[in-house]
Write a protein that binds this ligand. Structure first.
Ligand code: GDD
Ligand code: MN
Length: 376
């Protein structure tokens, strides 16, 4: 098996030589079951990074360089990983910074995780045994820690504690599968975008804690504020899409159809019959509930739908009871309670709040009771 350590560089003359010497002399000899190679991905750094690397290429046979135009960190990685697979026969692709932010001594641990069957191994600063640089300023520390907590809360994936880090080892299959989606992430958002898509596709993730070190040579290229905004908006967008395209979104669409149906039928009954309006509204609601039940059964909770006619009827009775409790007790109850408590001043507010609670109640009842997952 071949592993290539892909190192993107932009003005890293002061770091790259020392890093490569350490990899060649101290780290690679510890790795037994992989051929270790290095690929430097340089975007025509004006400081002479390339010349330094070309001298090292003469000295070691397992180093290559890919030179291109500067289009950001993500674009550099995509170019580099393609090069590593096509020209260096890489099975495993490492991501690593040139500036010693990532402790190279951890490389064998990444490969052990790969050997155990994991597809995407991430270095983590935020798990036990990992840390962010001690000498970072308070501002950067706060941004880093809180940004990470925010992303973790939104993504909520067990066992993934560092979404944005750039120290990783992935199987080439992961990169090949996600490659087409990665064009959207030119900058540092590449990190979170790559990991997220891999997780969505079911690749197995493992973590290796490491202590991150601030660079002693050169400057960070991270376009600070812009990166933070881009990363956070990506995370928020992706989560909203996930929730809306998931069962909650379908539940809302079904509810919307039900509401329209109720309205049309109520309107018809009010104009064409002598029914009391309360009765007309309630009757129309029952038809809407019948439609909601069937659409939810066939679409929203499709994998958990009723399979026999008996279970179809049992689920439907539960649905009717629960939906009527929702409308009568929860929705009307909250509106009435609000009137008692706050007077008749804000009827619309009461209705909107009550409907919001009703939606949550219904969704919980449907997903946790009526269409609950069967314990295996
Ligand atoms: N070829 C190329 N092109 N390399 C680049 C570019 C680019 O446009 N931008 C940055 N690099 C290289 C740098 O030379 C360095 O080797 C590495 O990418 C990381 O850049 P730094 O500028 O040192 O990034 P950082 O320390 O601020 O950010 C680190 O933390 C981020 C957040 O956790 C990196 O590890 C990022 O990958 C990580 O997302
Ligand atoms: Mn850095």
């Amino acid at each position: 098996m071949n592993a290539t350590v892909v190192i993107p560089t932009y003005n890293e003359k002061g770091n790259v030589e020392r890093l490569i010497e350490i990899l060649e002399k101290d780290i690679f000899p510890q790795v037994k079951n992989y051929n270790m190679n290095i690929l430097v991905v340089d975007d025509n750094s004006p400081d002479g990074t390339q010349e330094v690397v070309r001298d090292l290429i003469k000295k070691y046979k397992n180093i290559e360089i890919s030179v291109g135009t500067k289009r950001g960190l993500g674009a550099a990685y995509v170019r580099g990983m393609n090069h590593a697979i096509e020209n260096m026969n890489a099975d495993i692709l490492f991501e690593m910074d040139a500036d010693f932010f990532h402790d190279p001594n951890k490389i064998p641990e990444f490969l052990e995780k790969i050997d155990k069957g994991f597809d995407f191994v991430i270095g983590t600063r935020y798990s036990q045994g990992g840390s962010i640089p001690k000498d970072w300023g308070l501002h950067r520390k706060i941004m880093s820690v809180w940004g990470n907590i925010f992303i973790k809360l939104l993504f909520g994936r067990e066992g993934i504690n560092d979404w944005t880090g750039g120290y990783r080892a992935v199987k080439k299959e992961v990169f090949l599968k996600e490659r087409d989606k990665l064009g959207a992430f030119t900058g540092y958002t590449f990190q979170v975008g790559f990991l997220w898509n891999a997780v969505k596709d079911g690749f197995k993730v493992a973590e290796v804690p490491f202590n991150a070190e601030d660079r002693t040579h050169g400057k960070s290229k991270i376009p600070g504020f812009q990166t933070i905004i881009r990363t956070l908006s990506f995370v928020i967008k992706v989560r909203i899409l996930e929730v809306v395209s998931g069962s909650f979104g379908k539940f809302l669409v079904v509810g919307g159809i039900g509401f329209t149906l109720q309205f049309v039928i109520y309107w018809y009954l009010a104009h064409n019959t002598n029914l009391l309006l309360g009765v007309a509204s309630w009757l129309a609601a029952q038809l809407a509930i019948f439609s909601n039940y069937n659409l939810n059964n066939l679409w929203t909770f499709r994998e958990r739908r009723a399979h026999s006619f008996l279970s179809y009827l049992i689920k439907m009775s539960g649905f009717f009871i629960s939906s009527n409790i929702g409308v009568i007790v929860i929705q009307s109850g909250i509106v009435q309670l609000s009137e008692f408590l706050f007077g008749r001043k804000y009827p619309l507010v009461y209705f909107v709040v009550a409907t919001g609670v009703l939606l949550l109640y219904n969704f919980t009842m449907y997903s946790k009771v009526i269409w609950r997952r069967k314990p295996r």
